[in-house]
Design a protein around this ligand. Structure first.
Ligand code: HEM
Length: 462
């Protein structure tokens, strides 16, 4: 990577733009396609303009490494995430610098391996409860089913509350907070009207309900002085020397975990079911692995690590449909990268969607091929060509939680059922902060065993 001093004052190449809007209209029309098209046209870097404000697009893994791990202190996400601050206060996503470093250290114990592993049984139990209400032949919206399931799991793991049991308001407030997201471009217009008919208004109403709930829960827990086994208890116990977290900090951290962790994980599951249904050969391989390793044993923390194909399936799913599809930063000081000199204040965007599909790195980039992740016979994957959880000091703190949850839920569901996308379904993507399907993803529930057995029978005959 060339990071030597250059005096070039020009930003990377930009495509033609309109006087008032810059490239905003093209970007809005098809964000994913537009970014890919710019990568194909300009190669390593390009510049787009929102009005008169430039945004530099970085397309190479080396750029991702430079920003996230080699020089992370020079890049802030605070301003990029400023809209989130209204909702999440000063949680990890919205703080920066030394405050971020200290706070991250304080909340880290809540995501230590042992603590996270302790949530495995909750994850499986809630999945089994959900499956009791599934019936062969029914068609469900898998996006919604995964959202409801992961929300219940979050409720239990974070707050030790059962959102399916008398917490209806709370469940819908969490949902309202998550499903009325801040659009990527909302910040540029700053249009925020606190009324029930606006997305912003619904978000703020949900925030008020949730705040009341969390502050009451914190008060109750402080009085009880007991470890309830959840993330909230860890946050109440954590300290750095004499310093402990205030009620507001605990509220901000837990809200951030719900916002950052719930929808991302449910989308990772949705995309995985979608892809498996599109690629029946991979589906069969996965069912066979589950059958031969687990048989009818319930997935647990001890057996879930013995399923390599499951892990490759998830890796591949988050390569093609990364739930967090883009990241943004603003440079606090001038820097040089790849032959360009960037002034302080430069806004940068680098996108998992683009880098995860670069044709010079990924063989058959648009194909779902879990086998590429095989460490022996798969393809060589350069570092930072794949970063679904970000990296460096701001790497996703919930990654171990999300990975465990995704594996356990997939294994538990697939042991019992096979999900098949309804014929003629046409996927349309909506890239907000997360990468979502525009419409419901309808899938029909079928028995899993029939296909695995069929495959085994075929293999036996060959
Ligand atoms: C498949 C699921 C998930 C994906 C794809 C994902 C992705 C990411 C990414 C890309 C970042 C980096 C953002 C940046 O640097 O700009 C991030 C940060 C973060 N994630 Fe996740 N995440 C997932 C699940 C979770 C879960 C389950 C939790 C918590 C329970 C969580 C909590 C956070 C937090 C708090 C941060 C901010 C970390 C910091 O700045 O120190 N995430 N996530």
């Amino acid at each position: 990577m060339n990071t030597t001093q250059h005096t070039a004052t020009q930003l990377p190449p930009a495509s033609r733009r309109l006087p008032l809007f810059g490239n905003l209209l093209s970007f809005r029309r098809d964000q994913l396609g537009y970014l890919q098209q710019l990568q194909q046209t300009y190669g390593n870097m390009a510049t787009i303009y929102v009005g008169k404000a430039p945004i530099v697009l970085l397309f190479r893994p080396e750029h991702v490494r430079y920003i996230l791990t080699e020089n992370p202190r020079n890049f802030t996400s605070r301003e990029v995430a400023k809209n989130l601050g209204q909702l999440l206060g000063d949680g990890l996503l919205t703080i920066d610098g030394e405050t971020h470093r200290l706070q991250r250290r304080m909340v880290q114990p809540a995501f230590h391996k042992k603590r996270v592993e302790g949530y495995a049984d909750i994850m499986v139990k809630h999945t089994l409860d959900m499956l009791k209400n599934w019936h062969e032949g029914e068609t469900i919206d898998i996006t919604r089913a995964m959202q409801e399931l992961t929300l219940r799991i979050v409720g239990k793991c974070l707050f030790n509350v059962d959102l399916s049991d008398g917490f209806g308001d709370l469940g819908s407030s969490f949902n309202a907070m998550i499903s009325n997201p801040v659009s990527l471009l909302e910040g540029f217009f700053g249009l925020q009207i606190d009324k029930p008919f606006t997305s912003y208004g619904r978000r703020m109403a949900a925030k008020r309900t949730l705040d009341t709930f969390i502050y009451q829960l914190i008060e109750q827990r402080r009085a009880d002085k007991q470890d309830a086994g959840d993330v909230l208890s860890m946050l109440l116990m954590t300290h750095e020397g004499e310093d402990t977290l205030t009620d507001t900090q605990i509220r901000d951290h837990t809200m951030t975990f719900v916002a950052a962790g719930h929808e991302t994980t449910s989308l990772a599951l949705t995309w995985t079911f979608y892809l498996l249904s599109k690629y029946p050969a991979s589906y069969e391989k996965l069912l066979n692995e589950l059958q031969s390793v687990l048989g009818s044993d319930t997935p647990t923390i001890d057996n879930i690590g013995k399923l390599p194909y499951l892990e490759w399936v998830l890796n591949e799913s988050m390569r093609l449909y990364p739930p967090a599809w883009t990241q943004g930063r603003r440079a606090t000081e001038a820097f040089d990268l790849d032959g360009y000199h960037f002034p302080a204040g430069t806004v940068l965007l680098f996108s998992q969607w683009v880098v995860h599909r670069l044709p010079d790195i990924w063989e058959a980039p648009t194909e779902f091929r879990p086998e590429r992740w095989d460490p022996v016979s798969g393809q060589k994957i350069p570092q930072w060509a794949y970063f679904p959880f970000g990296g460096g000091p701001r790497m996703c703190i919930g990654m171990p939680f999300a990975q465990l949850e995704a594996k356990l839920l997939l294994a538990t569901i697939l042991q019992q059922y096979r999900l098949q996308l309804v014929p003629d379904y046409r996927l349309q993507l909506v890239p907000l902060i997360t990468l979502r399907p525009k419409h419901a993803v309808p899938m029909t529930i079928k028995a899993a065993s029939s296909n695995a057995e069929k495959e085994n029978a075929i293999e036996a005959r060959v």
